[in-house]
Ligand binder design. Structure first.
Ligand SMILES: [Mg+2]
Length: 272
């Protein structure tokens, strides 16, 4: 695969976080070396995670603490992408009910969107119900989301990842489990902002003034990272340090097949 060469036109590397840069709280092998090398070549790096539990500031702080100095402007989360999407669609000053954690609430509030996370719904019209990863998900929250959507609120999902990779090869339930519960309770399909949908990738290419031919998406998941990258016309690299095995990748349909498969980011460094 041609990754494009360093030139006067910088490449844009869109790197997934969980399973690529770290797993749980552990940095992945060669993640730091890879990012520092790419930056040293004059390329741009943006981190794109489907998680919305934390704000961009918090992810930038986490990456910096792992030895990868990062500013919040280099991070795109599905929560921030959701806030951008809502702001573009006139949600400023409107009220949304959110199943999610503090990160997405902060991103939404920064755009002047009124966020309700707990307690009774107000009598005021709920314009949107946002559903993301929520480790305090309850029956009451599900019931509130159901009520608002059945009264006409638009159902938006930050992402539909079924699982979340954690340390030592383990998995936990992902945001997709909460989205599925709301979908079943309402029989309404959500608009999904995160990967494999392309909104966040398009925003990253727009904001860096980069064309798809100079964009490389690196991820550990076929049905989110790789599919999203292929949909925008970028080149795609699957790294086997996350949820996907080589066997799964080699058996994948054309729509999901990455341009390149590497064991670790160290192997990708060797290709450059
Ligand atoms: Mg991942």
């Amino acid at each position: 695969m041609h990754l494009g060469s360093p030139s006067s036109i910088p490449r844009l590397w869109i790197l997934d976080l969980d399973g690529v840069i770290y797993r749980g709280k552990e940095r992945q092998p060669y993640a730091r070396e890879f990012v520092l090398h790419v930056r040293s070549q004059g390329d741009m790096v943006r981190f794109l995670t489907n998680k919305a539990a934390h704000s961009r500031d918090e992810y930038a702080g986490l990456l910096t603490s792992l030895g990868i100095p990062t500013s919040s402007s280099e991070v795109m989360t599905s929560g921030y992408a959701t806030a951008l999407y809502l702001a573009e669609n006139g949600a400023e000053g409107k009220t949304v009910y959110c199943i999610g954690e503090s990160g997405i609430e902060r991103e939404l509030a920064a755009f002047g969107i009124n966020v309700i996370r707990d307690g009774e719904l107000p009598n005021a019209q709920i314009e949107y119900v946002i559903v993301g990863m929520d480790r305090r998900f309850t029956y009451d929250k599900l019931a509130r989301a159901q009520k608002a959507i059945l009264k006409g609120a638009r159902f938006i999902a930050t992402n539909e990842d079924p699982t979340l990779p954690v340390e030592n090869g383990g998995l936990l339930p992902g945001a997709g489990c909460m989205v599925a519960a709301v979908r079943v309770a309402t029989s309404v399909e959500p608009l999904v902002v995160g990967k494999p949908h392309t909104y966040a990738l398009e925003k990253l290419m727009d904001s860096t003034d980069t064309v798809p031919e100079r964009t490389i998406v690196v991820g550990d998941r076929l049905d989110t990272d790789i599919l999203a990258g292929k949909r925008v016309g970028a080149r795609t690299v699957l790294v086997l340090t996350g949820v996907t095995t080589r066997e799964q990748a080699e058996k994948a349909s054309d729509e999901l097949k990455p341009d390149l498969i590497v064991e670790t980011l160290g192997d990708l460094l060797q290709c450059m």
